[in-house]
Design a protein around this ligand. Structure first.
Ligand SMILES: NC(=O)C1=CN([C@@H]2O[C@H](COP(=O)(O)OP(=O)(O)OC[C@H]3O[C@@H](n4cnc5c(N)ncnc54)[C@H](OP(=O)(O)O)[C@@H]3O)[C@@H](O)[C@H]2O)C=CC1
Ligand SMILES: O=C(O)CCC[C@H](O)\C=C/C=C/C=C/C(=O)C/C=C\CCCCCO
Length: 349
């Protein structure tokens, strides 16, 4: 220890010269999911972070996202022992990078951990016009990746037009709730389905024209027909599987189907079998297109600003299912897959 530092230690300034040791908590994938994820598939680890090098920043997670893609992507991209994938809103607590000020908030893609070090390249600052009164967690939901999925999926894949009839499933969730509201802004009639009566009541409250509980209707076919006897121009499919097989038969001629997600299949150990889509596609001359929101990375700013404006104006309402505590991340993830969330599922550290 140098003489100056030693002198400081004597007068109680030691902390100013001893680099702070940060222990991050992280959730790792202990065992690949077999069917529906279980809490025992995860392990909570502690990781000591090194001191910052020039150009680096230390971040502290504030809100973490739990999303359906984590289920199929973990299978495809992760090995056991890896930190779970995911994004978070984090606060910069230390910076040796002049482009990032201490105290600023960013969206980072650093997985399920409480603290992390970044060189800034993978971080996105929250928009500078983000209102102080708006929860920053919305950058993971309505004004983030799920909202952008709704925006580009409806505009670019469904190519919705005023006066058309739009169907969306998982409608009370992060993507679906925005799909319905944007379709209303675009002058469409909107039909939504969700898995509980409370969710159905919420859909009506935020402006869906028709909504029903797909778990309690006697016949999905009849419920879809009753909600729109003339059929559907656009179908924003978040669910896939049996629902999609039934709905495709109620598309109007030249209808467009945006294949956004297939959550009804993510936990299958044995792949589901048909029915198959070719016959209705031919006779109704349908367009069916799968997409990933990342296709429009170069238009992200446009989408975020449009969504932010609608939220601030009150034209798009947001609901979040907030789970308190980093230790509850697996529970929040599993709960979302089970349908326990109304709106976007997030975890508050
Ligand atoms: N293509 C892309 O780029 C993107 C695709 N997605 C996809 O969009 C979809 C919705 O994601 P997101 O809004 O974040 O999630 P949600 O907030 O909608 O949460 C998932 C919801 O899915 C519903 N669900 C779960 N299991 C089933 C099932 N077996 N059948 C029907 N519904 C089910 C539940 O609602 P309920 O109570 O109604 O059953 C649950 O709340 C997912 O499929 C996801 O993978 C999301 C982001 C980007
Ligand atoms: O917000 C950010 O910048 C972080 C990016 C998060 C994420 O990577 C971006 C897009 C997420 C897309 C999600 C897609 C789905 O949910 C569709 C799910 C599964 C497709 C099947 C995969 C099959 C793999 O075997």
């Amino acid at each position: 220890m140098g003489k100056f530092a030693e002198a400081c230690r004597h007068i109680g300034f030691e902390a100013m010269f001893t680099p702070r040791m940060v222990i991050a908590k992280a959730w790792v994938l202990k065992k690949h999911f077999d069917g529906f994820p279980k809490t025992s598939d995860f392990d909570l680890k502690k990781i000591e972070l090194p001191n910052l090098k020039d150009g680096e920043l230390l971040l502290e997670s504030v809100f973490l996202s739990v999303d359906p893609y984590m289920r199929p992507y973990s299978q495809r991209d992760m090995k056991e022992g890896d930190i779970m994938i995911g994004t978070q809103v984090a606060r910069i607590v230390e910076s040796k990078n002049p482009a990032f000020a201490v105290g600023a908030f960013v969206v980072g893609n650093s997985g399920w951990r409480t603290h992390f070090i970044s060189d800034g390249k993978d971080l996105q600052l929250l928009p500078s016009n983000w209102p102080e009164s708006l929860p920053r967690s919305l950058a993971l939901g309505t004004v983030g990746m799920p909202g952008l999925t709704a925006y580009f999926g409806l505009l670019e894949v469904c190519k919705m037009k005023p006066g058309e009839i739009v169907l969306v499933n998982a409608a009370a969730g992060a993507v679906g709730s925005v799909v319905g509201q944007l379709a209303k802004i675009g002058g469409c009639k909107v039909v939504g389905c969700a898995g509980s009566d409370d969710k159905v009541a919420y859909l009506k409250k935020i402006g869906f024209d028709e909504a029903f509980n797909y778990k309690t209707v006697k016949s999905l076919d009849e419920a879809l027909r009753k909600a729109s006897p003339d059929g559907y121009d656009c179908f924003f499919d978040n669910v896939g599987g049996e629902f999609a097989s039934v709905a495709i038969n109620q598309m109007k001629k030249y209808g467009r189907i945006a294949v956004c997600g297939a959550i009804s299949q993510y936990n299958d150990s044995v792949p589901q079998k048909g029915p198959y889509v070719q016959i209705p596609m031919i006779f109704k001359e349908l367009q069916m297109e799968g997409f990933l929101v990342t296709r429009w990375k170069n238009r992200q700013e446009e989408g975020v600003q449009a969504l932010l404006k609608w939220v601030v104006e009150g034209k798009v309402k947001c609901h979040e299912q907030v789970t308190e505590g980093f230790e509850n991340m697996p529970m929040a993830f599993i709960g979302m897959l089970k349908g326990e969330n109304l709106g976007k599922a997030v975890v508050k550290v």
